[in-house]
Ligand binder design. Sequence first.
Ligand SMILES: [Fe+2]
Length: 285
Amino acid sequence: MTSDLFPAAALATLKQAYPNTPCRIGHGLIGHPLLALDSLAELAGTLPADSVEHNLGAMPIGIDPQDIPASDLGIVETIRTIDESKSWAVLKRIEQDPRYAELLGSVLAQLEPVVRPRTGPMLELEGFVFISSPGSITPFHFDPEHNVLLQLRGSKTMTVFPAHDDRLADPRIHEAFHLGQHHRNLPWQDEFGAAGQAMTIEPGEALYVPVKAPHWVKNGPEVSISLSVTWRSEWSFAEADARAFNHMLRGLGLSPASPAPFPNRNLAKSLGHRAIRKLRGGLGR
Ligand SMILES: [Fe+2]
């Protein structure tokens, strides 16, 4: 049932947009038994603790990581009672279960003919499932991966912002993120709102979200289940390396320019960072 997940029109739309522009496309994954609530609750009970996360879903758009309210329920119970637990749960790297690895592989294989000619091989393939209560909010944040979010149940509205706007996410935050020093949530200011594009997806629709495009998400009035299929590219790794290199330049008192959008490969800074990392490794640091 996963042999023809994306209609030709969906792949044509993605081909126009990828990798810099968000777009909405159709998909045929609704009703897959591995993505039903019971199956997901069962999966949650088998994944390691660092691969599951759940919070109360009644949050503002912008929130400091330490202010995120904790939930009393465990992950399995949160998912089983998601219609009333006012929560948000995520199952990370679902490919740890071979059945989900097969599913993820078959979804990504159908995107590859569009992706590979633009950004090269799909690297570090990972899948995430988001299960959320009616009306819950995922605060303003960015992610380092190319991401297609497939809606399976309920609806959600993602407000997506441009990826390369330093006013929305300070370059120092990008740099700290790649050095493992910053939570993915971003500081929110109400005046950012006008720069966002609100895109609603219903079951059978998917959203492509570009690397580092800030976004926040509001669930519709029903329980929502979404599958996120993600990959990295040589270009996205170079962007991350350039950010880390900029951090070093800033430490030397310089004010480096932010990495340029695709198709610029940010090659010099990326190679510079990789050379320094190698040198430090050689020196035992
Ligand atoms: Fe995200």
